[in-house]
Design a protein around this ligand. Structure first.
Ligand code: C5P
Length: 232
């Protein structure tokens, strides 16, 4: 068994799991890894290369030749594509990337490539890792598992504000449709679909404030640490 712990978090699109994972990692002194950013980096790559996202063979081969790295920086993990730090640019979270990423994230070989990055981070760090299959496929034996939800309207409202802040002119209906479609695609793919495992603690991040959700999660983790006579 690894001497490092994984706090695994999955959840629907725009549920706020990134914000929660980040806050939790800071409080625990763990590293935060947003695995969606890795799939987003792969998407940035194929779009730059002019690859048709529906052409599985071309996508897999192109992403294989890309250098995608997750490098720890304080409590965060920054994602690099061919040497460029994408986490410090606004390329990862555009609507185009959000709408294209579920098309390519269902390809088995691409998921295996991403999984290697996830495993290697967890081999050398205590980590709060969030995504769609962290609690189920990548780390089914994670120390603690959470599943984050919020209503579609709340998620759409929050995502619309984020996109508008970054300069995108987008309507509430367009954001809502995009989130709905992304959830549907993520939940219905053959490989590693988004599901809430029985042993995950469900956090309703629509009813709760961020602080309330983080507190609820910390209480659960502390209880688990205490029951194992651990401090960290
Ligand atoms: O979390 P985020 O919204 O950034 O994820 C973007 C997309 O990446 C998801 O909609 C999903 O298609 C894909 N993803 C995945 N498995 C993960 C994380 C993200 O398939 N573990």
């Amino acid at each position: 068994m690894s001497k490092f712990k994984v706090i695994a978090i999955d959840g629907t699109a725009a549920s706020g799991k990134g914000t929660l994972a980040k806050a939790l990692a800071k409080k625990l002194g763990y590293l935060h890894l947003d695995t969606g950013s890795i799939y987003r980096a792969a998407t940035v790559h194929i779009i730059k290369q002019g690859i048709n996202p529906y052409d599985e063979e071309a996508v897999v081969s192109s992403v294989k030749s890309a250098i995608i790295e997750a490098k720890p920086s304080n409590n965060e993990t920054e994602i690099y594509l061919n040497g460029e730090n994408l986490s410090r640019s606004n390329q990862l979270r555009t609507s185009k990337i959000s709408n294209t990423v579920p098309i390519i994230s269902k390809y088995t070989q691409l998921r295996e490539q991403v999984r290697k990055i996830q495993k290697s981070i967890a081999n050398t760090n205590n980590v709060v890792m969030e995504g769609r299959d962290v609690t189920t496929v990548v780390f089914p034996d994670a120390f603690v598992k959470f599943f984050i939800t919020a209503s579609l309207d709340i998620r759409s409202e929050r995502r619309m504000k984020d996109l508008q802040k970054s300069g995108e002119d987008i309507t509430f209906e367009a954001v809502k449709n995009s989130i709905k479609k992304r959830d549907y695609d993520d939940e219905h793919r053959d490989h590693s679909p988004l599901v809430c495992p029985k042993d995950a603690i469900i956090i309703d991040n629509g009813k709760n404030t961020i602080e309330e959700s983080v507190t609820q999660m910390l209480v659960t983790i502390k209880a688990k640490l205490d029951s194992n006579n651990l401090t960290k």
